[in-house]
Write a protein that binds this ligand. Structure first.
Ligand code: AMP
Length: 503
């Protein structure tokens, strides 16, 4: 039977005895094993009563079995709903209550705490541990290794991913088979993934980056994954000589640079390093290229839209930019108030349209309607500009825009200047309430290890380079900036911490 996404992901697999994934402990799954294991998980879900269109919510550690559960869910015609392993039972209660899954799979260690939530919503509770054990595994082990994959069309839902939601309630982004398959097809071609690729996979798989960008792309190319449970600098350095490609968040790359053991020699077989999910500083881009000879390929996307833009594979990968709109993706930069496109070089809101763009927010038709223009463009909430050569730069989320004394201050511009100061490891610019200016620009800086930064020196280096209204009115030094698991700086945490700076 035709299942749009599963068929698309497996269409080019030529040799079923080829390794699909390998773990650092030496476990290995061939593509033949992948078909068999995903069939068993699909069978187990059906046995639990899962029907086409039902949600399967999953909060488990990153293991090969968890990945087989993802593929099994798709094959069973159901909707995969991965949840961050860091979510607390109170957060889980919201997601499970909102999504009403038929099955909820959690770690056996959390089963007691979550049983009540599952029961209240009518979800069947199953377990899968970090060692790949648990009730669902047992059930799957007893199922046939063949499964008649359930038919699903391009427009049917394949996944719901809740956005991290720093403000308000998290929203479930509904992604169709076509949203995921079309974007993977584009990425495979654009980044030239092939079946002889070995991708180092150290990202979590509850997020679009590790689950869809990395896994779908590699699988569609028929390549091999080095599947790490998490990012660990030493482990990554040990395995990189076996890899031809790596996808990561910017902190992966800055942490690699922090190790003396990370050398150009180690990565001579790597053909591409790809970065996304948060801005890669131009500094890290430059340092990486000096150390290894590799220009990191930065791309931009989000849960709701999959990947939107990318620096070129062949051609100039420009630090501080996210390249061009991907083939098939319509992208425009508009004035937030008028909705009209802004001229080259001017900052506006990024809007996108294409087969990659999601179907809307789960059970939030009004919210969905607010985020789309009448002509189908999705308002990303990211602000950016395009230069004369067509390269797009992200200047931050619109909610992070600072309006100080009536002037717009784009955090990324100030952060770029701060990051270039000797001894600065990373920086964040936030707006906090100010009695005169409405909002004041505040900098939070983390120095490089062992460096004593002088506040006067920071102020002095900024004053010659930025207009007065963009200069931070206060600078805080912190050992490290708060980041979420995807490497995004949690500006809401900083805004809260420093909200009383001027009042
Ligand atoms: P998520 O939905 O968790 O993947 O987060 C998506 C958001 O991450 C986007 O809306 C951007 O604000 C940000 N983002 C992703 N990639 C980049 C990038 N290369 N540069 C700057 N911001 C990025």
């Amino acid at each position: 039977m035709s299942n749009y996404l599963f068929d698309a992901l497996t269409a080019y697999i030529q040799d079923q005895d080829k390794t699909f994934l390998e773990t650092p402990e030496g476990a290995c799954l061939t593509y033949r094993d992948m078909f068999a294991r995903s069939a068993q998980y699909a069978g187990a879900l059906q046995k639990l009563g899962v029907k086409a269109g039902d949600r399967v919510a999953v909060q488990v550690a990153k293991t090969p079995d968890a990945l087989m559960l993802y593929l099994g869910t798709i094959r069973a015609g159901a909707v995969f709903l991965p949840l961050n392993t860091a979510y607390t039972p109170a957060e889980i209660a919201y997601f499970v209550g909102d999504a009403e899954p038929a099955v909820f799979v959690c770690d056996p260690l959390n089963a007691d705490a979550l049983a009540g939530i599952a029961q209240k919503t009518g979800a069947r509770l199953q377990t899968l541990s970090a060692d790949g054990e648990g009730s669902l595994r047992e059930l799957a082990d007893g199922m046939p290794t063949e499964f008649e994959t359930v038919a699903r069309d391009d427009e049917d839902l394949a996944a719901i991913l809740y956005t991290s939601g720093t403000t308000g309630r998290s929203k479930g982004a509904m992604l169709s088979h076509e949203n995921l398959a079309s974007n993977s097809r584009t990425m495979v071609r654009y980044w030239q993934f092939r079946d002889d690729d070995v991708l180092l996979h150290a990202l979590p798989i509850y997020h679009t980056h590790g689950l869809f960008v990395a896994t779908n792309c590699l699988m569609m190319a028929g390549g091999t994954m080095l599947f790490l449970p998490k990012f660990d600098v030493e482990e990554v350095i040990r395995l990189l000589p076996k890899a031809t490609s790596m996808m990561g968040v910017p902190t992966f790359y800055s942490r690699l640079l922090g190790s003396d053991a990370f050398t150009g020699d180690l990565v001579k077989h790597v053909r591409v390093f790809i970065s996304g999910s948060a801005p890669l500083s131009a500094e890290v881009h430059r340092e990486f290229s000096i150390r290894t000879g590799h220009a990191i390929l930065e791309r931009y996307g989000m849960t709701e839209t999959n990947m939107n833009t990318s620096n070129p594979y062949d051609g100039d990968r420009r630090p501080g930019t996210v390249g061009f709109a991907l083939p098939g993706v319509g992208l425009r930069i508009v004035d937030a108030k008028t909705g009209r496109e802004v001229p080259v070089g001017e900052v506006g809101i990024i809007e996108v349209k294409g087969p990659n763009v999601f179907q809307g927010y789960w059970r939030m038709p009004e919210k969905t309607a607010q985020e789309f223009r009448a002509d189908g463009y999705f308002i990303t909430g990211d602000m950016g500009r395009v230069d004369e050569d067509g390269y797009i730069s992200i200047v931050g989320r619109s909610k992070d825009l600072i309006i100080s004394g009536g002037f717009n201050v784009y955090p990324a511009e100030v952060e770029t200047v701060l990051d270039e100061i000797e001894g600065v490891a990373e920086s964040a610019i936030i707006g906090v309430p100010h009695p005169d200016f409405g909002e004041a620009v505040v900098a939070v800086i983390a120095p490089r290890e062992g460096v004593q930064l002088e506040l006067e020196a920071i102020t002095a280096s900024v004053s010659g380079r930025l207009a007065k209204f963009k200069q931070p009115k206060k600078v805080h030094l912190e050992e490290a900036l708060p980041r979420n698991a995807m490497g995004k700086i949690q500006k809401n945490v900083l805004r809260d911490r420093y909200k009383n700076d001027f009042g």
